[in-house]
Design a protein around this ligand. Structure first.
Ligand code: HH2
Length: 280
């Protein structure tokens, strides 16, 4: 666990995303933004053309394609010291297919292959990696009184079921990352409990991604507006790291990279268990 983390930088090409909606609608602006996130240390750039914020209206495939494909193409073609790794944040197989054709190599599906199950076969066939995320309900209504028996056990069982589905469709387990879906059909308390007990999700044995960046539960705790939630974002990412998460989806790559670098160095410090040194 110690020492290793991957930053996924958020590149939203939408008019209505909750924190950066409308800022990168022009493909050239989105590509430039993605390239600067990569320079700050993002190993993966997650390009999305449909907002999933609570209450968001769904977007048709044609419009989603129009938004994301030029950006995926631009980022995949952007040259630098290391080629940019592009993720497509979609739940539509048609969008994922076109994005993979345009140079993406990762599929981030907030419906965990439920929205369009054909996405699983596509990921299998193309040999790419993907992320399966938990969401209760759908974005339009997901924050209306979400209820669980036990939020962590329920989310874990869901992720295990979706992992089994993906494997059944031919996706090798090694290519799957799991995500508890912070903010997707969860109250403030449920989000905090998932973070507090994240080690129960990492126990499934797959890498775990967390996306807390700028989310409203941080605003509820601190009273801060969406543009002023970096401290809360850092706190939650460091705590998630300590509990075994390894992929961090964030808008502010440079400061989170610094925080996780310090966290990783601290956790990695040599430490000998008293039981290991006891003479037998
Ligand atoms: N959160 C958002 C979108 N995609 N994907 C994963 N795997 N995990 C997340 O937590 C996650 C995600 C929401 O954030 P953002 O993209 O900034 O907002 P919007 O959905 O409004 O575009």
């Amino acid at each position: 666990m110690a020492g290793h983390f991957v930053l996924m930088g958020v590149v939203n090409v939408t008019p209505d995303s909750f924190s950066d909606g409308g800022r990168f609608l022009e493909p050239s602006a989105a590509v430039a933004h993605g390239a600067s996130l990569a320079e700050e240390g993002a190993a993966i750039l997650d390009v999305g053309g449909e907002s999933t914020r609570p209450g968001a209206a769904p977007v048709g495939a044609e419009e989603e394609l129009r938004r994301v494909i030029p950006v995926v193409e631009g980022l995949a073609a952007a040259s630098g010291p290391t080629p940019l790794r592009v993720s497509i944040d979609t739940s539509k197989a048609a969008v994922a297919r076109a994005a993979l054709d345009a140079g993406a190599s990762y599929v981030n599906d907030v419906t965990a292959f439920r929205g369009d199950p054909a996405i699983a076969g596509l990921v299998a066939e193309r040999g790419v990696e993907g992320c399966l995320m938990h969401m209760l309900g759908e974005p339009r209504t997901m924050q209306e009184d979400p209820r669980y028996e036990d939020v962590v056990s329920d989310v874990k069982a869901f992720l295990e079921r979706r992992l089994a589905f993906a494997v059944g469709e031919g996706v090798p387990e090694e290519r799957v990352t799991l995500d508890p879906g912070i903010g997707f059909g969860k109250t403030l308390e449920q989000n905090l409990e998932l973070l507090r007990r994240l080690d129960e999700i990492t126990a499934v044995g797959r890498p775990v991604l967390v996306g807390t960046s700028r989310k409203s539960f941080l605003g509820k705790l601190t009273g801060r507006d969406v543009d002023d939630r970096l401290a809360g974002t850092i706190a939650t990412n460091v705590l998630a790291y300590a509990r075994g998460a390894s992929v961090f989806r964030v808008h502010d790559v440079a400061p989170v990279r610094d925080a996780l670098t310090v966290a990783a160095a601290t956790v990695a410090a040599p430490w000998t268990s008293p039981t290991a040194t006891t003479k037998s």
